[in-house]
Design a protein around this ligand. Sequence first.
Ligand code: NAD
Length: 523
Amino acid sequence: MTSIPEALTSGPAQVRSIDPATGETWRVWTSTTPEEVQAAVLRARAAQPAWAARSLGERRRIFRRVRRRIFERRAELAALIQREAGKPAVEAMTADVLTTLDVVRFCERRAPRLLRARTMIPSNVALWRKRVTIEHEPYGVIGIISPWNYPLFLPASGTLAALVAGNAVVLKPSELTPATAVRFGELLHESGVPKDVMQVLPGDGATGAALADASIDKLFFTGSVATGRKVALACAARLVPYALELGGSDPAIVLEDADLETAASGILWGRFSNAGQTCVAPKRVIVANAVHDAFVDRITTAAGHLIMGSGAAGSDVGPMIRPSQLDALESQLRDARQRGAHVVSHARGDRHFFAPTIVSNVSSDMRIAREETFGPLLAIIRAHDDAEAIAIANDTPFGLSASIWSRDLTRARGIAARIAAGTVQINDALSVVGMADVPHGGVKESGTGRLHGEAGLRECVREKAIVVDPFPSWRQPWWFGYGAEHARNIDAFARFSHGRTMLERLSGAWRSIKMLVSRERPL
Ligand code: NAD
């Protein structure tokens, strides 16, 4: 059982939609209780077979309607996300709504080919008669627990892949952004997804823990490493499979031959968009010594032009999701200062805002290098050669994604091969997570499993092999009826299959063929 923190069990059974820029609560939701979670899972289980029995063509038609509906409601969705997560409206539109539309289209267009059953003939000649079909069977009920930083895109990515593959979904969105997920669920229902096949359960960590403990068939979790560990333990106790998308401290390596303006501009956007609250943001920039000072100058100047604000057209950096996030960043910054880092640019910001902050002279023992920094705080580390840059990049418990900035693509690819990360981008950062066709996920403590792309769809199905012998009257050569003759046949077959020389193989051929085509076994 997942241990539910006492504060969660004894706390108010409510979650709130709050405007992060002002702290104003604009909607209160009743938290779903553990009993209600289990009841929802049972409803999903009852509804799932009929959903899976629908043809893929029918599910794709529903997905087309989903895409049309999300497109028509794009402004409403972006406004809702902006209000609930505090991000600039343009980011709500690009990083949540448009990316979600891409995921719907990916599922609609690519699922038929990727989920199609495939046939094969085994490579062992003793199995020459077998006809094998590998089918993709939905798990049944997939539980999804999601975070708040991309309140539409992240829950939608897992949900859509699970649904197109024939599963039912029970989604527990973040307690900080329930309204967006509930609206997403309504749009799916309006498009033809049955209500019990896709249920959204608002609630806090206790509701999430109850979902991990409920009778689901697989769990998709996106969130922090600490919570990921708890849900993994809950699943392991019942041998329920899971996929975890967790935190990161992504390195960006800027080589001396990089286009510095492009690198500064790309890393600025990667780090400070979504107010730095992104798992795959470049959090540690490792800069070649030769261009270190020039890079720091450029990115600091550019950061000075960013406009903090929420809602107003033209604002770049929104508020932190909650005031506690500001305190966490201040504490990491204090630690860096005390250990000798240079704070190149910083201002506390107004109320819920944290001004884009750049820290240089960072070393691997500082908390900003070792921990995930979840806000607009960029650490810069100097490297003297490629080997040192790679060593610094990998010196972290995380391994989500990474970026390399260079004009020499061969050299950059060589470095990419030595970075421990789920994805590596060359001359861009962050955008990889929004690519519906490209697998996203981590190594080390950044998680297991993949979201998006073919690998993401395969997370939603079990491979099931149907092995047919089309000759019902033929017995198999390995069945009972052992004896000296049989042993000689088997030895001949071993030589025929695995002999070291052609001669040795041929020496076993005749007996083997006779054995394999024989219809007789004594028992
Ligand atoms: P979090 O771990 O605090 O919460 C995530 C979800 O887990 C929420 O819905 C929460 O209610 C639920 N939860 C909390 N306690 C639980 C428990 N005991 N059992 C089950 N569920 C529980 O994370 P967060 O603050 O919402 O999100 C930020 C983190 O998510 C960051 O570390 C970020 O890097 C990570 N993240 C990762 C990815 C990725 O794709 N790898 C994407 C986005 C965010």
